[in-house]
Design a protein around this ligand. Structure first.
Ligand SMILES: Nc1ncnc2c1ncn2[C@@H]1O[C@H](COP(=O)(O)OP(=O)(O)OP(=O)(O)O)[C@@H](O)[C@H]1O
Length: 289
C-alpha cells in the first residue's frame, strides 16, 4: 500500500499517521510512505502509482492533498484511500470516513468503495482538480488572506477570524457567473461537489459527490452584514435557507470577465481565476471502509 503523506498539511497530526501505520504493519500489510516535497508532487506520485497498476493509493493530508492524489488517479482503476490529517477534512466528513487510528486502519484494510466524481477548475495556465469545492469572491479572499501560522495554531478558528476580518476590508466587487448558460451576479460563489462546507456544516443539501455535476451556491447580497450573517447561519445549519442565498444545480459553470477577484479550491488559494468549472472525465473509487 502506497501512502502519499503531505508533511505540511493541517496542524501536523502525524501521530494519527504513525498509529495507522503501526496497526496496518502489525496486521501484515506492506506499507510504503512517500512524503511530498512541493505542491503538485502528490499528483506526480499518484499518477506514477496508477501507471504501475497499484490497486490503491492513500492520501495522508487535508482536502488539498486528497485532490492532488485524485488528480493523479483519474482515468485509472486505482482506488483512493484517505488518512485525514488536514484542518477541516471536509471530504472525510462528507463521506463519513473515520478519524480514529483503528477505524482508519480497518477502512483501508476492508477496501469497500464509493464513487467520487471530482470537478476541474480551468485556469488560464493549468487545470486544478478539486474534490469538495471551488470558491470565488469573498470565499476566495478569506482563503488568500488566511495567515498559515494562525491556521496551524488555532485550526478552523482561523477561518472564522479571517472571515470576520475580510467582511470588514473586502470590497465585495460583483462577480459574474454563468450557470449552464444563464447569467447571474453575486458577491461570492461556491461551486460545490459536496453537501458540507468548512467541516461538517451544511451548505448544499442536494449535492451528490458521487455523480457528475455541481451545486452552485450564490451569495447575492454584498457587504459586511450579509457576510457576517451567512457566517453565523452556517454552524446553525440554516445557511441554505437564508435570504440572499440561492442554490442552483449545474453541469458547467463559467466566470467571464472577473479580473479583480480571488479564488480557492478545497481550501487552497488559486494562482489565477478559473474561467470555467467542469466535471472530471471519469469518477474515482474512494475507499470508505
Ligand atoms: N512538501 C510540501 N511543501 C509545501 N506545500 C506542500 C507540500 N506538499 C504538499 N503541499 C501543498 O500543501 C497544500 C495544503 O495541503 P492540504 O490541503 O492537504 O492541507 P490543509 O490545507 O492544512 O488541510 P485542509 O484543506 O483540510 O484545511 C496542498 O494543496 C499541496 O499543494
Amino acid at each position: 500500500m502506497l501512502i502519499i503523506f503531505n508533511p505540511v498539511a493541517g496542524r501536523r497530526r502525524v501521530a494519527l499517521l504513525w498509529r495507522v501505520l503501526d496497526l496496518l504493519m502489525s496486521n501484515g500489510v506492506k506499507v510504503e510512505v512517500a512524503e511530498t516535497e512541493h505542491p503538485g508532487h502528490a499528483t506526480e506520485l499518484a499518477r506514477e502509482a496508477a501507471r504501475e497498476g497499484r490497486g490503491m493509493v492513500v492520501a495522508a493530508g487535508g482536502d488539498g492533498t486528497i485532490a492532488e492524489v485524485a488528480n493523479g488517479l483519474i482515468g485509472s482503476p486505482t482506488a483512493l484511500g484517505v488518512i485525514p490529517l488536514g484542518t477541516a477534512n471536509v471530504l472525510a466528513k462528507e463521506y463519513g470516513l473515520p478519524s480514529s487510528p483503528r477505524a482508519v486502519a480497518n477502512m483501508l484494510a476492508y477496501k469497500r468503495t464509493r464513487l467520487l466524481w471530482p470537478g476541474i477548475a480551468r485556469l488560464p495556465r493549468e487545470d486544478h482538480v478539486f474534490v469538495q469545492m471551488a470558491g470565488l469572491g469573498f470565499d476566495g479572499a478569506v482563503v488568500h488572506g488566511l495567515p498559515p501560522l494562525l491556521k496551524r495554531v488555532i485550526g478552523r478558528g482561523a477561518y472564522v477570524w479571517q472571515s470576520v476580518w475580510e467582511s470588514l476590508v473586502y470590497g465585495f466587487p460583483p462577480l459574474r457567473v454563468i450557470v449552464d448558460g444563464e447569467a447571474h451576479e453575486a458577491a461570492s460563489v461556491v461551486v460545490s461537489k459536496g453537501r458540507l462546507y468548512g467541516g461538517s456544516y451544511l451548505l448544499a443539501p442536494e449535492a451528490k459527490p458521487e455523480a457528475p455535476g455541481f451545486q452552485v451556491v450564490l451569495f447575492e447580497r454584498s457587504g459586511t452584514l450579509p457576510a457576517l450573517l451567512s457566517g453565523a447561519a452556517l454552524p446553525l445549519g440554516i445557511l441554505p435557507r437564508c435570504p440572499g442565498v440561492r442554490i442552483l444545480p449545474a453541469s458547467h459553470v463559467e466566470f467571464p470577465g472577473n479580473a479583480r477577484s480571488w479564488a480557492q479550491c478545497d481550501g487552497d488559494a488559486l494562482e489565477g481565476l478559473p474561467f470555467a468549472v467542469t466535471n472530471a472525465p471519469a469518477p474515482i473509487s474512494l475507499i470508505t471502509g
